[in-house]
Ligand binder design. Structure first.
Ligand code: TYM
Length: 331
């Protein structure tokens, strides 16, 4: 079975952008691939972060993923820092990664502007990502569009390592992104991608009243100023969310009523809220159930890390040997 790897940062709640762009795909792929999924806590410390809440956020993300349908019977789920080989491989990959390539990463350029003194971890973030994927020699990586450039770099690191140390063998594969139709979900502010750091998200586990509190003021078609103005659904972010959450008949009605100014934006949002809550209710229920059985979640993460570590150790042994490191003496 070809292998899949993907990761998600515990930088905040699991939101509908993550879900539509990546996690729904993670769930779908579980039957056809050897899937390894990871809560990447080491990535989440590359910017300013709240150390006190990190372990809770990591836990919540694991619960969210399980509630969203990651099945430990069919996939491996673990926390990145529980498998120290990720950091070790990153160090080894640092030695073949050109700094120029890291400096031209869009996310780095964007995030670096938020710092007076840029931490090295922000620059080498994509090297850790390459290590995550290649530690398991994964072929495919289900992600949203914002990660595609990082995957290009992972392919380059793979090629460079193979050329320099592979001794004629392509040991590491060149991992390719798997995108969904929802590869870039726009945030509720209608500005950029939905992202926790921009505060424009809807959380998968948020109660219906909180969802409504966020949907109510959300941006719609900018040209529709008054209720009686006919709208252009294709220019409205709320309409694009209907396409993911509402049944096809409703999506048609929404478009018709918007164009004909039969509905105001609030009417349209109320219908979206209803379908969104219907879609998310079973996930919220499963999350509550998992929170009531925390020992089970601990067991899943422990088993996941053990399995991941078995594979990671094999890769690392090969890499160490090929890079000429003296094997440790076993006593
Ligand atoms: P992260 O934690 O920002 O997001 C997790 C996944 O959700 C996707 N995503 C979106 N898709 C569509 N629309 C959006 N608005 C949206 N926001 C997020 C992301 O593309 C991602 O697939 N660097 C990665 C985590 C990572 C990783 C890896 C991924 C670390 N190691 C190895 C794949 C393989 C990140 O920050 O994702």
């Amino acid at each position: 079975m070809p292998r899949i790897f993907s990761g998600i940062q515990p930088s905040g709640e699991l939101h509908i952008g993550n879900w539509l762009g990546a996690v729904q795909n993670w769930v779908r792929l579980q039957d056809s691939y050897d899937c390894i999924y990871c809560v990447v806590d080491l990535h989440a410390i590359t910017g300013k972060y709240d150390a006190e809440s990190l372990s809770r956020r990591t836990w919540d993300m694991a619960v969210g993923l399980l509630a969203a349908g990651i099945d430990p019977g069919r996939a491996t789920l673990f926390v990145q820092s529980h498998v120290p080989e990720h950091s070790e491989l990153q160090w080894l990959f640092n030695t073949v990664t050109p700094i120029g390539e890291l400096e031209r990463m869009t996310q780095f350029k964007d995030k670096a502007t938020r710092f007076e003194s840029v931490p090295a971890g922000l620059l080498t973030y994509p090297v850790l990502m390459a290590a995550d994927i290649l530690l398991y020699r994964a072929d495919l990586v289900p992600v949203g569009e914002d990660q595609v450039q990082h995957l290009e770099l992972a392919r380059e690191i793979s090629r460079k390592w193979n050329a320099e140390f592979g001794r004629g063998m392509d040991y590491f594969p060149e991992p390719k992104p798997l995108l969904t139709e929802a590869k870039r979900i726009v945030g509720l502010d209608g500005q950029g991608k939905m992202s926790k750091s921009l505060g424009n998200t809807i959380g998968l586990l948020e109660p219906p009243e909180d969802v409504w509190a966020k949907l109510r003021p959300a941006k719609t078609d900018p040209a529709r100023v008054r209720r009686q103005d006919p709208g252009t659904p294709e220019h409205c972010n709320i309409y694009s969310l209907h396409r993911y959450f509402s049944p096809p008949g409703t999506v048609e009605t929404v478009a018709g009523n918007c164009r004909g100014a039969l509905w105001g934006c609030l009417d349209c949002k109320q219908v979206l809220a209803q379908h969104l809550n219907t879609a998310l209710a079973p996930i919220r229920d499963r999350a509550a159930e998992l929170e009531a059985h925390q020992g089970r979640v601990q067991q899943i993460l422990g088993d996941g890390a053990s399995r991941a570590r078995r594979i990671a150790r094999e890769t690392l042994a090969f890499v160490r040997e090929h890079m000429g490191l003296l094997p440790p003496t076993t006593t």
